[in-house]
Design a protein around this ligand. Structure first.
Ligand SMILES: Nc1ncnc2c1ncn2[C@@H]1O[C@H](COP(=O)(O)OP(=O)(O)OP(=O)(O)O)[C@@H](O)[C@H]1O
Length: 300
């Protein structure tokens, strides 16, 4: 597959803060790539360097075979950058807003109206942007980033401030955009979002990429135990410890959890004792990968 983005040894320091501390990776054409990390990890700084909005102190970025910095007018029609909702033109309605973006790229108004429809904002077309809800403004900013049909789309925490249903709807939309063949690069601090959407993720912390790869491969590479939870009191803790000597057993007063590498045997023993009340089985997740890499719990 062709490389769409190459990031090579990129660094950005703000005084003593190493916001991005020597980062290298590639994004392939058509890929859905996620930059995942807690607050302050350096995701936004890195994304802005990739977009050509910020100059790296060191290192290079190649985007569609070109240098994004200094600002490269030949790149602009080919990339879509999701703006923060606060960067809308003032006092315009949603329709005027997106039509203005469209006209900047020589895109006909019909395309603007189409994208309003795609993001479910047709009924808000005549509403001024400052009167839109957080989620509606977020969707409008994504539509504005896509209106000119870019090959590469950059999204910075696109589902921040959305309720769970709106998040899910937006996930469907982002998948659709990617299925159309566009390369999507997104930052997120939501592990579940990265796991669900991304072909590959780069896990970032303190300005460094700790690991990258397909989420499922990162999780599989952990060789972590499966956690089997049942309601507290279903089996006494001591009884469970005797029953499963090779497993780790804990009880927080709500659930008794057995962490085991042999889930089939544990499940079958619990079933034999009719002790499956409140059963929840959880394999490893990207959160465990983060814990394994940093030694600390993931807190977005
Ligand atoms: N313009 C700036 N001047 C000084 N420090 C900055 C600047 N921008 C970012 N930083 C610092 O650089 C580090 C990385 O910030 P950045 O916004 O890139 O992280 P992030 O992973 O996007 O975080 P968040 O999820 O909170 O947006 C932080 O410590 C931040 O305080």
């Amino acid at each position: 597959m062709a490389q769409t983005i190459r990031v090579d040894g990129v660094r950005k320091w703000y005084g003593d803060t190493h916001a991005v501390d020597g980062v290298s990776f590639d994004v392939e054409e058509g890929e859905f790539f996620g930059i995942l990390g807690p607050n302050g990890a350096g995701k936004t700084t890195l994304l802005e360097i990739m977009e050509g909005l910020r100059k790296p102190d060191d290192g290079e970025v190649s985007l569609l075979g070109m240098r994004p910095w200094p600002r490269n007018p030949r790149l602009l029609p080919r990339i879509g950058v999701q703006l923060q909702a606060s960067s809308f033109f003032e006092r315009l309605t949603a329709r005027e807003q997106i039509r203005t973006f469209a006209s900047l790229y020589g895109t006909p108004p019909a395309a603007a109206d189409h994208w309003l429809e795609v993001v479910g904002l047709t009924d808000k077309a005549d509403t001024r942007t400052e009167k839109l809800s957080g989620g509606q403004a977020q969707r409008l900013s994504i539509a504005c980033a896509l209106v000119h049909g870019p090959d590469v789309v950059f999204l910075d925490e696109p589902t921040a401030a959305l309720d769970p249903q709106a998040r899910r709807n937006l996930w469907d939309l982002l998948r659709e955009i990617n299925n159309q063949g566009r390369t999507v690069v997104l930052t997120t601090h939501h592990m579940d979002e990265a796991e669900l959407l991304c072909d590959r993720v780069a896990i970032m912390d303190h300005g460094n990429i700790l690991k990258s790869g397909p989420p499922a491969a990162l999780v599989r590479g952990l060789d972590a135990p499966t956690r089997i939870g049942i309601e507290t009191g279903t089996v006494p803790v001591d009884g469970a410890r005797q029953l499963f000597p090779d497993a780790e057993v804990s009880d927080d007063g709500v659930s008794l959890t057995v962490s085991t590498r042999n889930p089939a045997a544990v499940l079958s023993a619990l079933a034999d004792r009719n002790a499956l009340r409140g059963l929840a089985v959880r394999g490893a997740s990207l959160e465990d990968v983060f814990l394994d890499l940093t030694g600390r719990e993931y807190r977005a």
